[in-house]
Design a protein. Structure first.
Length: 197
């Protein structure tokens, strides 16, 4: 019964998305034809935002339902799209003191900095930090940061994986390098990257 309800709701949201998309497309064409370029741009930005929201919803479907023993907080899922600013997807797992999160950001401003550290030995050497190292996850160069909570003394990790113009960030509190690496290796990175482009 749940599966039938989920399928019905998915079809309903796709129908709603298609109607909004078509409405914005028609408005963009009409505005462009009448020379109201500002209105045409606004309608096209709305179309891109709607597309980002739909893509974000599809990405959430391929994210794991749990990270280790931490279950996904589905009700806290966050998807937004800003048209020109790109797609943002966030899912959290567990609760304090043991929690995790996955963020996918398309056109992230941090991509350039992270890629510079990963690909240019001189910059990576100048920015050497004992709490930061480069690793490979599924063949992708990634940046692993270790963070020690000064209050609890527990160690958390943040793994940043740049894929073309998309940045995937995995954070896990109170963990170790092996657990975050294992979790990252289980993510469908190439599928997420293809969907987010």
């Amino acid at each position: 019964m749940k599966r039938v309800l989920y399928t019905f709701l998915s079809l309903l949201s796709l129908t709603s998305f298609a109607q909004d998309f078509d409405k914005n497309l028609t408005a963009a064409r009409t505005s462009y034809g009448s020379g109201a370029l500002g209105d045409a741009r606004f309608s096209m930005e709305q179309m891109l935002r709607d597309l980002d929201m739909a893509i974000g919803g599809e990405i959430l479907k391929v994210l794991p339902p749990a990270v280790g023993s931490l279950k996904a907080n589905d009700k806290e899922d966050n998807v937004s799209g800003g048209g020109g600013t790109g797609l943002f997807v966030r899912r959290t797992y567990g609760a304090e003191p043991k929690s995790a999160s996955i963020e996918i950001i398309n056109n992230s401003p941090m991509i350039t900095s992270i890629n510079a550290i990963l690909t240019m030995p001189l910059i990576g050497g100048m920015m050497r930090d004992e709490n930061q190292k480069q690793i490979k996850v599924q063949g992708y160069k990634s940046l692993l940061n270790r963070n020690v909570n000064s209050d609890t003394g527990k160690t958390g990790y943040e793994l940043q994986i740049p894929l073309n113009n998309t940045l995937i960030t995995l954070k896990i509190d109170d963990t170790n390098e092996a657990e975050i690496t294992q979790t990252a290796n289980a993510l469908p990175l190439s599928k997420i990257s293809t969907m987010a482009q």
